[in-house]
Every structure is written in structure tokens, then in C-alpha cells.
Write a protein that binds this ligand. Sequence first.
Ligand SMILES: Cc1cc2nc3c(=O)[nH]c(=O)nc-3n(C[C@H](O)[C@H](O)[C@H](O)COP(=O)(O)OP(=O)(O)OC[C@H]3O[C@@H](n4cnc5c(N)ncnc54)[C@H](O)[C@@H]3O)c2cc1C
Length: 458
Amino acid sequence: MVASVMWFRRDLRLADNAAVATAADASTEVVGLFVLDERLYRPAGANRLAFLSRALRDLDRQLDGRLVVRMGDPVEVVAQVAEEAGADRVLCAADFGPYGRRRDDAVSGRLVERGGALDRVGSPYAVEPGTVLKADGSRHQVFTPFFREWTRHLDPDPIPAPKVTWVEAPSDAVPDKWDGNAVAALPDATEEAAERRLDQFLAESAVSYGTRRDYPAENGTSRLSPYLKFGLLHPNQVLVRLGDGPGAERFRTELAWREFYADVLWHDPCSARRAWQPAMRAFRADHGAEADRLFDAWAAGQTGYPLVDAGMRQLLAEGWMHNRVRMITASFLVKDLHLPWERGARHFLAHLVDGDLASNNHGWQWVAGSGTDAAPFFRIFNPVTQSRRCDPDGEYIRRFVLELRGLAAPEVHQPWRAKGGAPAGYPAPIVDHAVEREEALARFREIGASARQVRGPR
Ligand SMILES: Cc1cc2nc3c(=O)[nH]c(=O)nc-3n(C[C@H](O)[C@H](O)[C@H](O)COP(=O)(O)OP(=O)(O)OC[C@H]3O[C@@H](n4cnc5c(N)ncnc54)[C@H](O)[C@@H]3O)c2cc1C
């Protein structure tokens, strides 16, 4: 008998899983392990914990009820499970985040001490972070050339789910309370549901993705993000079926943004926590009681700007927000309320079911103008113009801001202009966008930001 351990982390599926396929090839018996690591679940937020616990339940079902769940420090737990199973080899998909890399090096060290090995096979990405380089071997800091080079590395060959003999071992339970505190609207957390979602997107929305993706009232985007986040679906499974045409091309580009941000984080692990552009670290943001009051209004969807409020309420209701609205609500926090992007990023991560350090924090830095290839600082979304453009009839707004259900366009975009004033219960705008726009530009000028922003080492 040759045994190995398959250590699942952000790859909770059997199809197209290179590490599972390698474990099945190399061993007659495999222990499927998931470690409940406090370092990861403590900051996860109720929606991600619930999605994770449901995904683990589904994986356990697929492993004939033999998924081994252990609570504790992975450095201790993985070595212990390997020893119990008599396995030299532990397989997993590589992790490229700052904590994941440190953890895996420590786990590998412990296994090697005991005569074993940690084999990192595959990753949650189509192209592993750190792989896409310029001709001179340096990394890319700008998305478009990264994307061109990234497409040359794609090789999405499907890997069928192998036949594996999963073996039993003592297991802890996933805490029941993880499943209890989430929003009701979470998507089904199964590998099958991920495939169904992909089928539906390819059949119904992929062709028009390029033109419909910016309208939050529509079903124009894939909503695959939670599945990609937890690896119930691998990007290769999407890429191999995507086909050609403008919609498919645009979708490939968006998948590449996920990979670009993972690549940025791999090269600059600090970029998740502080402004990537050194000049932007001196940007003056507000703190204190008034800042707290504005933050609370933003977080509760009570800013008086309907599209911003609809987005923030969608986040609270569904644990998800449409991409365009993420950009507009983030811009409002940073450029209209002058609050630190890190504070908004933390709030998003606490609620998003797809919350991902690389995509979220670099998405925030893009909006704040402090990241790689970021929006220029002088691009300040006007929440009313954006509302008219992305939600012309106000359908998305009325779905989440119930006080405005009686208003049609154009008043729904500016309820303070409605006949008789805004409906009862809906707040007046907490700030004047025109005034705050000038204030934001003045603060950017304070740190010498110019139309040619500094790109530079972090
Ligand atoms: C401030 C801000 C915070 C964000 N936080 C996250 C986050 O925590 N997790 C996350 O997965 N995405 C994040 N995004 C990116 C994007 O908003 C979501 O990926 C997208 O809304 C998910 O919905 P979808 O699956 O329908 O996307 P689709 O439009 O169908 O895109 C398909 C996939 O491409 C990837 N993708 C699309 N746009 C982006 C992007 N701009 N950056 C990185 N990947 C992208 C995602 O994996 C997505 O599932 C953030 C964007 C902003 C502006």
C-alpha cells in the first residue's frame, strides 16, 4: 500500500485538480485533508465561512464521507495526519498569498524533517503568479502587456476527476455556527452548482458580456467569483470552454485581472496592506468621530446617493456586489468622504462571499489611484452620472433601496429633486459631490500628484 495526503485549501473540487490527479496516480490510498486554520477563518466573515462550510460538506459527500477535517496549526496537523496515514507525500495546490507561502514553507520544512515532502502541484490560477515576465526577466507593472504575455502561457487542458480510494481517519467537525450567520442569498456551494453557473453564463450571457457587464440590474456577469475564490471551479475550466468573439475576449481579460492582482501580490506581499505607489502613502485621509459617522452611513447604505446606497445594501443583503458598483461605492468612500481605502477594503472583506485579498485590496487601490496601473487620481466617479448611465431606469436602485420604490427615472437618481422632496425615510445626501470632488483634487495636489503619476518600486 502506498498512501498520500491530499491537502485541500482553496481548491475544493475533484475535476481539473492537478494535485488530486497526482495523488491518485502516485498512491493506492489517499487521505483527503482540510485544516481549520484559525489564521484563515478568523478574518473570513460570516458569508465566506458559511460558503466554505457548505463547500466542505459537498466535498465530504464526494469523498464518500471521508474528508478529514482537523482544527489547528497546519504545521503540526499536516505532519501528524501524514504520520498517522503512513504517507511520505503530501500534495496540495500552491498558494501564492503572503501567509500561504510562509505557512507552506513551514509545513514543507516539518515534513522534510520527518523524511516526507510537500508537493505543490497546480494552483488556483491559469498561470502561476510570478511566471509572466518581460523579455528581460523583470515583472510587469502594467496590466495590458501582462495580459498579452499571460495569454501566451495559457494551456487549459482539462484534467478529468480521477478514481481515488479515499481512506478514513479521525476528523473534527466544521463548527455548526459557521453556517448560521450568513445572508440568505448565498449561492449553492457545490462543484455541480459551479458547473451549472458556468453552463448558464456561457449559454445566456457570454456573447453579450462585453456590452452588458456594466449594468447591475441585468444578469450580465457570470457570478462565478465565489466558485473561483474557493476553487469549486478552476479558471482553466472556464477558459477551455470560453470560445471566441468580443464577449469571450472581454471575459478572458477580466479573468486575467484576477491573475494580474495575484501576480502583484506575489511580487509585492506588502501591496495588500499599503499604497503600492510610495507617493500615495502620504495622502491625507480623515479619521475621528466625523469620519466614523460618514463611514457608518456609507456601510449601511445611507449616503443619500441612490446608486451608492443600492450597492452597499446589495453587499449586506447578498454578500456580493456588482463590479461596476464596487468601483462607484469605493470611489465614493475615498474621494467623496476622504476616508482611507484600507477601511473600505476591510468592510468589503468582512461581507463579500468572494472576498479575496489580492482582488479586493488591489481593486481598492485601483480606485484610490494608489495601485499598479491604477485609475488616475483625477478620475472621480460622479455618483449621479454613473447612476443614470449604469442603471438608467433605476431598476437596480429600486431593488435594494426600498424607500425609493415609488420613484421613476430621472428622480430615482436624485430623489432630493423629486416633487415634494425625497420619500420619507430616505436621507438627504451626506456630502455635496461637487464640493468633495474639489477637496479630493486639492488633497492629491498636496502630495504632488500630477497627471503623470509616479510608478515605482514599492
Ligand atoms: C473595490 C473592489 C473590490 C473587489 N473585491 C473583489 C474580491 O474581494 N474578490 C473578487 O473575486 N473580486 C473582487 N473585485 C473584482 C470584481 O468586482 C469581482 O470579481 C466581480 O464583481 C465578481 O462578479 P462576477 O463573477 O460576476 O464577475 P465577472 O464580470 O463575471 O468576471 C469573471 C471573473 O473575473 C474575475 N474578475 C472580474 N473583474 C475583476 C477585477 N476587476 N479584478 C479581479 N478579478 C476580476 C473574477 O474572478 C470574476 O469572477 C473587486 C473589485 C473592486 C473594484
